[in-house]
Design a protein around this ligand. Sequence first.
Ligand code: ADP
Ligand code: ADP
Ligand code: MG
Length: 646
Amino acid sequence: MFDKILIANRGEIACRIIDTARKLGVATVAVYSDADARARHVQMADQAVPIGGPAPRDSYLRGEAIIAAALATGAQAIHPGYGFLSENPDFVDQVTAAGLVFIGPSAQAIRAMGLKDAAKALMEQAGVPVVPGYHGTNQDPEHLAGAAEAIGYPVLIKAVAGGGGKGMRRVDAPADFATALASARAEAANAFGNEAVLIEKYILSPRHIEMQVFGDGRDAVHLFERDCSLQRRHQKVIEEAPAPGMTDGMRAAMGAAAVRAAKAIGYAGAGTIEFIVDGSDGLREDRFWFMEMNTRLQVEHPVTEAITGLDLVEWQLRVAAGEPLPLRQDQISLTGHAFEARLYAEDVAAGFLPATGTLAHLAFPPGCRADTGVRSGDVISPWYDPMIAKVITHGPTRAIALSQLARALDETHVAGTVTNLGFLSALARHPGFAAGQVDTGLIGRDLAALTAVPVAGDMDLALQATAVLAAADLPQGPLAGFALWGGLAHTVAVTGPEGVIAAQITLTAADRATVTLGGTSVQAHRGPAGWSVAGQPPFTVVLAGGIHVFAPGRSLTVQRHDPLARDAAAGAGSDVTLAPMPGLVKAVAVVAGQAVAQGDALCILEAMKMEHALRAARDGVVAEVLVQNGQQIEAGAALIRLEAEA
Ligand code: ADP
Ligand code: ADP
Ligand code: MG
């Protein structure tokens, strides 16, 4: 085993790897960008080396700086995590050339699986079923249209270099093919610098089921499947293992195909073979097809760890250190059921826009595994993936693990940024999902219900009452302050997300109060755990940059009301288009002096994995363009100014 390793990543995955290294007695070196100097992974590691500016290309993608840090600190091996340099074969070559070990597959295996067309051809030769389609070299639009016709609509156009759901277009009819092809190509050229595509049959009732494989370069085993069908725009949201409805026959067939795929490239380390499954008629052995191989540890590996009881990072380190696979196939068994939900700083109501902020408070309940790279007080910055944590539960049955997940999400407390917690909770309670009727279209079909803002009700009243009681800061102790407060109604006001909340509080005993909000009165009682309102158990109250109240599945942040504070947004009007989130300006569509109509795209902003068009709020004439292509901007930055209305 190694004495010391360097982790070429950040966030939750860097912390996850440090945990296992520590368990194995291996010392760790973190690397960090200027934005991460005080990050959790830096604090957890034994040593840490700065590698540059906040943009990934200035730090986490600088292979030479990372290798230099490993050599300078005496690390023997580099773990790449996922993302960043994890699937970059040139980096693997450089690591090896420097006399270091890359904790992952060989450069040759990564190259073999790097492009989807070549990978499909290779898998076909190895006898692995691949999605029917065209993955040849002829990229002539006429030829590709002909291929689509031969395959039969609907088809999926995919960038061969694709990843993260980019460069992909579903086409339902021949008339739409040319336009879809052009836009898939443009997106692919932009994101991957490679505009080649392949054409695939679009599988109806599609389920994404992937097999975890492990190789040591000689032998390979699988660690069962994960179902990742709960996706939004081809990106995973909740994953689980095993797959609902999995049969022994189907698992054996998929497992054998996955192991065959791994052995065909002499695979060493952790890898995932992704299959698309036609779930229209249950799970059937002749209805799964290879999509791609991810030659790294996967974000959702914890569900596999939960059902197998194994530590995948431990296996990665042992195999990289030259040990054979720790277990044979017949020694690996599956127990219970596990779920993982990806908790993000994102504004669901605004179309899942990535968000930023300082986490005034972050806490997870007992009874779940929470993999995170941040703590209370840390910042979700615009530079990286806005994932806050992965919440993982494991139970003896699927129903139990799912209700554990719903409860864990309800009891996860995040203040300081908007999150997708409510959306995840709604998913965890979706009746079709609970019944195991999963397919990749589930979220899209039920999006309105899943993202509906809960109607204001008793719970909101109780949250608000708790918030004003916290703001009133009533004196504690037997009869303390009762003379001052008792019998008199005091008005206490706070500012919440929807404006000022004013309440009358009357202390009826030292530990009892009546709170009147908008004409409705509730009784409150103070016990050792705080105020309990309307008979509810006391909510958690956190004072940190505001008053944060957490009820199961709901929270409210308020500020003590300052009647002199002016609304910062007032006055901006509709003249200036502001960035709703941090991101990268991909294109500016207008120039000064140009007339625009309400709804015209003014500028395209790329935030994390998506592009967003920012549109004119009214008709007008562009007075000033305040940004340029390629500029990284903060949320709230002014982008385009229109001439004042006459
Ligand atoms: P996976 O396939 O492992 O489930 P996704 O498909 O969600 O992961 O991620 C798409 C790409 O983005 C992958 O290359 C993954 O490694 C990368 N990625 C996802 N989350 C992060 C993160 N927090 N930091 C860096 N890279 C990430
Ligand atoms: P990426 O590299 O972006 O992860 P994948 O090839 O893994 O690309 O596909 C991403 C997602 O797109 C899959 O998880 C699945 O939901 C959907 N998808 C891919 N291929 C097909 C197909 N042939 N039919 C239906 N859905 C598909
Ligand atoms: Mg994929």
